[in-house]
Design a binder for this molecule. Structure first.
Ligand code: HEM
Length: 343
């Protein structure tokens, strides 16, 4: 069925909202009443209709507005897209993967027609119809990775595999939770994860790296991460901290419902065929607290998660200034019923 794309903003008047159908497909990430880092990876396989796993590269009602927001970010700061010179093969791998997955998942919106290396790509929501030669950079208006990630929801890193490690050697990062591609470019897996508390000590990153080094083509994997954002702002980058950092001080008992958002990242990892690099997709979903409480089991569980969060995570995720106010507001909706793990 065709998606009705919304006209909305992630800045200024913040008109972003989820439709009731979109709330129902929101990937609420908690399977118990508390949260701690873990190597929470599972095969990235298709799920039921009406879930975010309906297609392996998910497109939803926010697609057009998100692509507009990305274009605005890139105009202000072109360094949100970077690719080191040796990543050109991986760029083409990524273009192929994203075109194929979007065309397979949403044939009414996207088409890919291949005739040898002569390809035609039609993106109806954005009004694009381009013919190009696969492998020939000069036949596209941008580098292939930039071209396709201006047309795909989520942030993207391509990590190169060499010397038993992964290296962040390309990225399109405009909707990140307070980290910077420009700072991390060229770093390895342990270096860019340097600021994360507790996880190094409990061996999460050693095990995750070992797992990823053995990732196989055709068997993508996924995991969730989450944080919270004030206002439905996609671009919470360190570069723009002065624009959004102060928002954290504006939360009051009267505006929690509209201002405070749960921000969930569905991260998927794909081995690329020609380059042997890995594509890391960070697909971001935002939902405000008024939307969240429309699902009673989420309203019950989320304040419990927030209440029992380790202090290091509260600090690292930047929740200190508004966590208590949010818990108080949400607690009205926790009827005290027990919730069992997995529910
Ligand atoms: C955070 C990148 C895979 C676990 C981060 C950050 C970046 C990042 C840039 C922010 C660090 C900062 O504060 O500056 C990546 C990339 C990956 C990858 C490019 C793929 C190659 C994984 C995997 C795990 C993982 C497989 C699984 C255990 C985490 C955790 C955090 C984190 C727990 C902290 C998140 C939070 O509390 O909000 N990652 N990551 N990452 N990453 Fe990864």
């Amino acid at each position: 069925m065709a998606i009705a794309f919304k006209q909305e903003t992630f800045r200024d008047d913040f008109s972003y909202r989820n439709s009731p159908e979109n709330i129902r497909r929101f990937p609420f990430p908690f399977d118990r009443d508390e949260y701690m880092y873990s190597v929470n990876m599972e095969p990235h396989v298709k799920g039921q209709k009406g879930t975010v796993y309906e297609s392996l590269i998910d497109v939803d009602e926010h697609y057009v507005a998100e692509m507009r927001d990305r274009a605005l970010v890139l105009k202000e700061d072109p360094l949100r897209y970077q690719a080191l010179p040796h990543m050109m093969t991986a760029q083409w791998d990524t273009l192929e993967l994203l075109m194929e997955e979007q065309a397979a998942g949403y044939p009414e919106h996207f088409s890919l027609i291949k005739n040898g290396d002569q390809w035609r790509w039609i993106n109806r929501p954005l009004g694009i119809d381009d013919s190009f030669t696969f492998g020939d950079r000069s036949t596209l208006p941008y580098e292939p990775f930039e071209y396709i990630t201006r047309q795909a929801q989520g942030d993207f890193c391509i990590v190169d595999q060499r010397d038993g490690n992964l290296w962040m050697d390309a990225g399109m990062v405009t909707t990140q939770a307070d980290w910077s591609l420009d700072f991390d470019i060229g770093m390895n897996f342990m270096e860019w994860h340097g600021p994360v508390p507790l996880a190094h000590q409990i061996g999460v990153f050693d095990r995750a790296l070992k797992f990823l080094l053995n990732l196989q083509q055709g068997k993508p994997t996924r995991r969730f991460n989450w944080t919270m954002t004030i206002n439905p702002r996609l671009d919470t980058s360190p570069e723009n901290y002065p624009k959004w950092g102060p928002d954290r001080t504006t939360v009051t008992p009267d505006n929690v419902g509209e201002k405070v958002h749960l921000r969930v990242e569905l991260q998927s990892l794909w081995r690329l065929p020609r380059s042997n690099a890995i594509l890391f997709v960070i697909r971001c979903y935002l939902m405000n607290m008024s939307e969240l409480i429309t699902v009673p089991k989420w309203a019950r569980r989320f304040p419990r998660v927030l209440r029992t969060l380790p202090p290091e995570l509260i600090d690292y995720k930047g929740l200190t200034r508004f966590r208590e106010t949010t818990i108080d507001w949400l607690s009205k909706y926790d009827d005290g019923a027990s919730t069992s793990p997995g529910f």
